[in-house]
Write a protein that binds this ligand. Structure first.
Ligand code: G3D
Ligand code: MG
Length: 177
């Protein structure tokens, strides 16, 4: 099987928003209640079949969002084809941090496809960010889409990776003219 469509996908966002849980759920289909803090960067590969694209190989970079690893970020986004920016629907501050990340990502590639992802959608009673607020922010910051996911229930997990795959392919084709 050939993988001409190999993408580097960066999972960005603050510590604790659910990056590792989402990645685990997507890769293994399992939600684990206690994830360890990600030190530096963790790296995964998953092959999927995407409607209209065919076989896609995703290299997923799950970043330790903790402040002390920030210095790694510019190196880490090098060669990225797309980004899922995660925030927790239970914590407005994690959404406010989108701008910090955007400046780093845009400096690397102003047209890099970035999807805004509201995580932990199952925690309805703890929700602090409304869907329309997140959509407004996604639009105003030039994100290519907005989706709400739950690594716990699996809601929208697979489709999120499919959508970003399509966006990355479109972007790559533009780059290659
Ligand atoms: P990070 O990789 O962005 O730092 P983690 O975040 O994936 O490590 O998740 C941080 C905490 O949030 C974990 O709980 C994890 O179980 C929880 N979490 C992640 N995604 C979801 C989700 O979709 N639903 C719910 N209910 N919880 C989620 P702990 O207790 O280990 O801190
Ligand atoms: Mg993590």
């Amino acid at each position: 099987m050939s993988y001409e469509k190999t993408f580097k996908l960066v999972i960005a966002g603050d510590g604790g928003v659910g990056k590792t849980s989402l990645t685990n759920k997507f890769i293994t289909g399992v939600f684990t209640d206690s994830t360890k803090i990600t030190i530096g960067v963790e790296f995964f590969v998953k092959d999927i079949k995407v409607e209209t694209l065919g076989n896609v190989r995703l290299q997923i970079w799950d970043f330790g969002g903790e402040e002390r690893f920030r210095f790694l970020l510019p190196t880490y986004v090098k060669g990225a084809n797309g980004v899922l920016f995660l925030f927790s629907l239970t914590d407005m501050v994690t959404l406010a941090h989108l701008d910090d990340w955007m400046s780093i990502l845009k400096a690397y590639d102003p047209h890099l496809p970035i999807m805004l992802v509201g995580a932990k959608s199952d925690l309805k009673h703890l929700r602090k960010v409304q869907t329309h607020e997140a959509i407004d922010i996604a639009k105003s910051r030039g994100c290519k889409g907005y989706v709400e996911v739950s690594a716990k229930t699996g809601e929208n997990v697979h489709s999120t990776f499919e959508t970003i795959s399509k966006l990355m392919w479109k972007h790559l084709q533009k780059q290659q003219g």
